[in-house]
Design a protein around this ligand. Sequence first.
Ligand SMILES: [Zn+2]
Length: 165
Amino acid sequence: MKCRVCKKTDATLPEGSKEPRFCSKCWNTRLRQLFQEEDRFRVQRVMRTSDAEKHLIYHDDHEGGATAVGLAFALLDRAHDQLEVSAFLSNRFDWHASVPFIYEEGVECEVEILDVFLGIMENDLVAGWRPCGWSAEITLCTDEIFWIDSSDSNAEEGGGDDAPA
Ligand SMILES: [Zn+2]
C-alpha cells in the first residue's frame, strides 16, 4: 500500500495500526505532530444503532479529560447513502486556540484546535460509515451542556413529556 500523502513511497506508519497509511518521510515532516494533537482528543461512542451513533468528545486540556467538551450525532440516511453529522461543542473549551505545526524546512503553520477536531470527525466518525456523501452541522454552544434523564426522577409509568409516542 502506498503512502496516502505522497502516493509514491510504501506506507509503513503509524506503527501498530491495522493499515499503515503513511511513509516515514511524510510522517516525520507533517503528520506526527497532527497525530499527537489528535491524540489529545478522546472520542467515546456511547450509543450505536444500525443508522445512528452518538459520541462524547473529551480533550486533555479540559479538566484533564474528565468532562466532555462536546457531543456529536451521526445519522445515516440510507435512501441517499448520506451521513448527517451534528456536533455540539461547548465554549468552555477554547476551540479557536491555535496549535503550531512545524513542517519541512522549518515552515510553521498555525492550525486551530477546531480544525484538528474536524479532521477527527472526518477520519473517525464519518469514515467508519463509508457513506457516499456526508455533511456536518457544528454548533458552538454558549452554555454548559446539561442532562435530563427519565431514570433520575420518580415519574409515573410512561415517563414525562419526552417519552416516545
Ligand atoms: Zn509519503
